[in-house]
Design a protein around this ligand. Sequence first.
Ligand SMILES: Nc1nc2c(ncn2[C@@H]2O[C@H](COP(=O)(O)OP(=O)(O)O)[C@@H](O)[C@H]2O)c(=O)[nH]1
Ligand SMILES: [Mg+2]
Length: 454
Amino acid sequence: MANVSTIAAISTPPGRGALAVVRVSGPDAALIATRLGLPGDEARVARHGTLRHPATQEPVDDVVAVRFSGPASYTGEDMLEISCHGGSLAPQLVLEAVCAAGARQAEPGEFTRKAFLNGKMDLMQAEATLDVIEARSPAMHRAALFQLDRGLSRRIEDLRQELMGLQALLAYDIDFPEEDDGPVPAVRIDEAADRLVSGLSRVLELAPEGELLRDGALTVVAGRPNAGKSSVFNALLGFERAIVTEEPGTTRDAIEALISVDGYPFRLVDTAGLREDAGRIEGMGIEVARGYLQRADLVLLCVEADRAPGSDEARFADELMAAGGSRVVILRTKSDVCPGEVTGLVSGSVPELVVSALTGDGLPEVRAAMLARVYAGIRGDEETPVVTRARHIECLSRARADTAEFQKARNRGLPAEIAGTHIQDATLALEDMLGAVSTEDVLDRVFSAFCVGK
Ligand SMILES: Nc1nc2c(ncn2[C@@H]2O[C@H](COP(=O)(O)OP(=O)(O)O)[C@@H](O)[C@H]2O)c(=O)[nH]1
Ligand SMILES: [Mg+2]
C-alpha cells in the first residue's frame, strides 16, 4: 500500500537555516509539481520559480525544484526535490502545499525503504545510509561510505557465491554416490568448507572493533586523588573541559567526552564525583567512575612518576589484566617534575608510559597506545570490510556455525544430502544479511531508526 502512494517530507533538520529540502516520491510527483505551479517538466534540471498553494494559488515560497523520472532516482520512483527557504515556517508551509496537491506525509525511513523495495540498494546499503548520517567519527564515516558503495555487500556476495558453489559440488556428489571418489574429490569439498569458515571468521574477527566505531571505545581514567587524571583527560581532549583542582576529590560527577584519535572514536570518562569514598574501589585508594568500569574497553591508570607506586595500584592493574576484558595502560604522570626519572614500576606485567599533561610530553605515545589497544585489528587490515552492526554479526555468526555443522556432519560420514542442509542454512543467513528475503518485521526494525525524510 505505502509503496504506491506519493509521499512527502522535509528532509532537512528543523531550525534556522538558509535552505531546507522537501522531497516528494511516487507516481503523482510530476502532477504535484504542476499543481504547485512549478515551471518546466524536464527531469534533472533545476528550475527556479514560485511555489503556489494548489487551492488558493497564493505564493508559498520562492524555490528551486528538480524533477526525477523513475527508475533513475533515489527511490526508483518519480521524484520531486524542492529547495525552499529554511527556518521554522517556510518548509512547513511548502510541505502543507505539497500535501494539499496530493501527497501524504512520509513515515520515518520511507524514502530509503522504497529505494530498497525498488531494488535501488540492498538492505546493508540502506543501513549504511543511516550510518553515514549518524557517524560521529571519521573512521565510522569511512566504514559507512564504504558500505554505501557495497563494499561489505560485495564481500558477503562473494561468500554467498562460494556457498552456492559448494552446494553445486554436493549436488554432484548426491547424483553420483556410487562412484568411489565420485566425480568430485572429497578434498575439494573439504577445502571449500575450510575456506568459507576462514573467510567468515576473518570478517567476524574485526567485528568487535567495528562495533566500537559507533559509540566510541569506553575509556575510563582511574588513579588516586590528585594523580593527574583530570589533567590527562583535558590534555587528551585538547582543551580545558574537566574541572581540574588542587584539592583532591572535588570533581563532581563522571565527565564524558567523545574524542577522535587519528579518526578513531573513544568515549573518555573522568572519575565520578567524590563525596568521601563515593568513587573509590573498595579497599583501595583508587578513584574511578565505577559505573563505567565493568564496561570499560580501556582503563588509563594514572600514577605520578615521582613517587613509588602503592600496592593498591599494583593490585588494581593486575586485576584488570586478569579480568582480560578491560585493557589497561599505566600512565606515569607529571613527568615534568622529575625529568628522566620514574620511581618504581606499578606492575611488572603492564606497560607504563611516561607523560606530562602540563608540557604535553608523552601524549602522542598515549594516543598511539590507545589506538593499538583498541583498534589494532581494523587499522592493520585495510582489506577486510568493517562490520559495525549487531544484525550483521548475528547473520555472519549463523553462517559460520552452519558451515561448521556441515564440517562435523561430513566428519561423521553423513551423506551429502544431509550434510548439505547446513550449507543451505548458511546461505540463508547471508541472504538475510543482504536483505534478499527480508520479512516486513526485519524491514520495520531496520527502517524505524531512520529520520523522516530519509
Ligand atoms: N607539574 C605538573 N602538575 C600536574 C600535571 N598534571 C596534573 N598536575 C597537577 O596535579 C594536581 C592534580 O591534578 P588533577 O588533574 O586534578 O588530578 P586528579 O585528582 O587525579 O583529577 C593539580 O594541581 C595539577 O595542576 C603535570 O603533568 N605536571
Ligand atoms: Mg579530577
